[in-house]
Design a protein around this ligand. Structure first.
Ligand code: CDP
Ligand code: CDP
Length: 230
């Protein structure tokens, strides 16, 4: 059966990566979390002192971009983890500090161009499910299936807050809601590749939907598209 490319875009904490992973497992496709790549570059910028609460030196980051190598390496359970210059940073890239700085970093065209190139290479052979903000519009504009996920900001913040608390992070619901809303604003208003629903994307609002229901709806859409390629 012919393999397709599946692009899943949408707002923060709508369940994109969860459903993308489930789909990739079920279809035996490769899953790529493009947000992890933006987060890893952000961690690099924080560690090098290029971005902080008080300063943001995008020129320095741009100069150092060729030194940054990002790879997904499978752990013993088969889960792909982000490695930054050979170091496993899967846990560090999910902190609130990285969440605070990632959207400003993702406005830099040089950063986007480096990552889009790498993402397009990863999807060359099809059989890929990639989630992010510009996958259906920029990375894979000819993807056979494009999904655009949405949910209320309060519902998304509640989900993300629960996840962070379970991980042991000291955050408040108000901080998480603020971060989700701020990233939405920066991601939708930036000049280069803003978060937009592609014209041919199917929009799914999962505010009132559980993980199982959203998976079954999207899996059916994928099966239909794959059947169309036979
Ligand atoms: O926290 P969440 O899972 O919603 O975000 P993420 O997918 O980890 O992405 C983190 C941030 O990276 C986003 O808020 C965007 O600023 C940026 N991003 C992007 O600009 N383009 C992508 N394809 C993926 C992420
Ligand atoms: O990748 P994205 O930021 O869009 O979201 P995610 O990391 O897949 O999901 C964020 C959190 O919301 C996870 O803990 C999911 O289990 C949860 N979620 C949910 O409970 N119900 C949904 N319909 C979607 C996501």
């Amino acid at each position: 059966m012919g393999k397709i490319t599946i692009a899943i875009d949408g707002y923060s904490s709508t369940g994109k990566s969860t459903v993308a992973k489930q789909l990739a497992d079920w279809l035996e496709y490769v899953y790529v979390d493009s947000g992890a790549m933006y987060r890893a570059i952000t961690l690099y910028a924080i560690e090098k002192g290029f971005i902080s609460e008080t300063s943001f030196d995008s020129d320095k980051l741009i100069k150092h971009l060729p030194e940054i190598s990002l790879t997904f390496v499978k752990n013993s359970e088969g889960k792909a983890e982000m490695h930054l210059n050979g170091r496993n940073v899967e846990k560090q890239i999910r902190t609130m500090q990285v969440s605070e700085f990632v959207s400003p970093i993702a406005t830099i065209s040089e950063v986007r161009s480096k990552l889009v190139d790498q993402q397009q290479k990863m999807g060359e052979g099809k059989g890929v499910v990639m989630d992010g903000r510009d996958i259906g519009t920029v990375v894979f504009p000819t993807a056979e299936l494009k999904i655009f996920m949405n949910a209320t900001a309060e519902q998304r913040a509640t989900r993300r807050y629960k996840e962070l608390i379970e991980r042991g992070d000291a955050v408040t619901y108000a901080e998480v809601l603020h971060n989700v809303q701020e990233r939405d604003t920066i991601d939708t208003t930036r000049e280069d590749s803003p978060l937009r629903k592609a014209k041919d994307a199917i929009e799914i609002d999962n505010s009132e939907m559980n993980l199982e229901d959203q998976f079954h709806i999207i899996l059916q859409l994928a099966k239909d598209r794959i059947a169309g390629r036979v």
